[in-house]
Design a protein around this ligand. Structure first.
Ligand code: NAD
Length: 343
């Protein structure tokens, strides 16, 4: 079988730390080109990973690739993805899908019109606890998901590198960078639900106070993105979600938590437990072992390549990633306008 020829656009931290080490080792893949606005850096990366071609623009690689991996700051996800898809290229784009819902819609249109695959790197779906949780929900063990509690909280860990605190390039802070993963996974487990109303507050005060930060230094005086968000989200089937995310929470330790109270039982995702109640007994079942043959990053890469070659469905369809962006946009709007937002 012919190898899938890949090009990388934006080869900073996540490209070199996660995707390139995996894709360059896959037998069915050939990474043939890299491009970055920092051409010198692209050259260094091409040497490090033995990639033959360094391109000046994404368009320069379209003749030689079947698909592209886009790992630029968020602002460029939509325009670069759309251009690549219009050239018939499949796209794996880092999360979030884009900065706005309008951009996500344009990306989905390009995906449809050009009959290509568009995958958004919400990698939490490929993690062991997520795979276990998915099986529990699919087997009907908790019944219908009703009340969902989601927390992605880091204690004093504002990223001090890259462009994570740059509102213009990223479109937000803790929510669009980190909380989006937990929103995606929790909604995936809730099934085919549509958000209908969001009420929220997005703060950026915690990071302005002079205090220790575990992930390096950043410009506190000009800190303009959200560092802590709390929200209440209603869904069309009557389910609801209490959501909280932070880069700089004042809590004893970091906390990642998704629990779903279903009509039959409850599910704690990261603790991997199912909480049941019978007529005369309450029990908690723990999942001691789940067979998963690869780590989440490899599973994500494999799923993309399998989908491109028609051997699998994408694990994260663009419509799901767009739903996450819908909620993100509504959270920022609700907070800015100080009122609930109907979707
Ligand atoms: N899935 C995850 O857990 C995860 C983790 C970190 C970052 N990300 C996402 O990955 C993306 C990149 O993050 P990063 O940490 O690698 O950032 P980074 O700053 O380390 O790298 C970004 C790279 O893109 C290049 N670049 C900037 N504008 C460009 C353009 N217009 N065209 C081509 N190249 C351009 C930069 O020169 C840089 O090399 C972001 O969207 C971020 O949200 C995802």
């Amino acid at each position: 079988m012919a190898k899938t020829r890949l090009g990388f656009i934006g080869v900073g931290g996540i490209s070199t730390g996660r995707h390139l080490p995996i894709f360059t080792k896959m037998e069915e893949v050939e990474v043939v080109a890299v491009q970055d606005i920092n051409n010198q850096h692209a050259l260094e990366v091409s040497n490090e990973f033995s990639i033959p071609k360094v391109c000046k623009t994404p368009a320069d690689m379209y003749d030689s690739v079947d698909a592209v991996v886009i790992c630029t700051p968020n602002k460029f996800h939509a325009p670069i993805s759309i251009e690549a898809m219009r050239h018939g290229k499949h796209v794996l784009v880092e999360k979030p899908m884009a900065m706005t819902v309008e951009e996500c819609e344009a990306m989905m249109e390009a995906e449809r019109e050009n009959d290509v695959k568009l995958h958004v790197a919400y990698h939490y779906r490929f993690m062991k606890p997520a795979i276990a949780a998915e099986k529990i929900v699919e087997r009907g063990m908790i019944g219908e998901p009703l009340v969902v509690r989601v927390q992605g909280l880091r204690r004093r860990k504002v990223p001090g590198w890259g462009v994570f605190t740059n509102n213009e390039l990223q479109g937000g802070g803790a929510l669009i960078d980190y909380g989006c993963h937990l929103l995606d996974l929790s909604m995936h487990l809730m099934g085919n639900v549509q958000p209908i109303e969001v009420s929220s507050n997005a703060y950026n005060r915690l990071s302005r106070t002079k205090s220790i930060n575990e992930w390096g230094e950043f410009d506190r005086e000009n800190f303009e993105v959200d560092d802590h968000v709390s929200a209440f989200i209603r869904f069309d089937n009557g389910a609801s979600m209490l959501f909280e995310t932070s880069w700089s929470a004042n809590i004893p330790r970091d906390r990642e938590h998704i629990s779903i109270s279903g009509t039959n039982a409850g599910l704690n995702v990261f603790e991997m437990t199912v909480n049941q109640a019978d007529e005369d007994m309450m029990t908690t079942m723990s999942i001691d072992y789940i067979e998963v043959k690869e780590n989440y990053a490899k599973l994500q890469a494999q799923n993309f390549i399998d989908a491109v070659n028609g051997h699998a469905d994408l694990k994260v369809p663009s419509a799901d990633a767009m739903k996450v962006s819908k909620i993100i946009e509504a959270i920022y709007k609700s907070s800015n306008e100080n009122k609930s937002v109907r979707l």
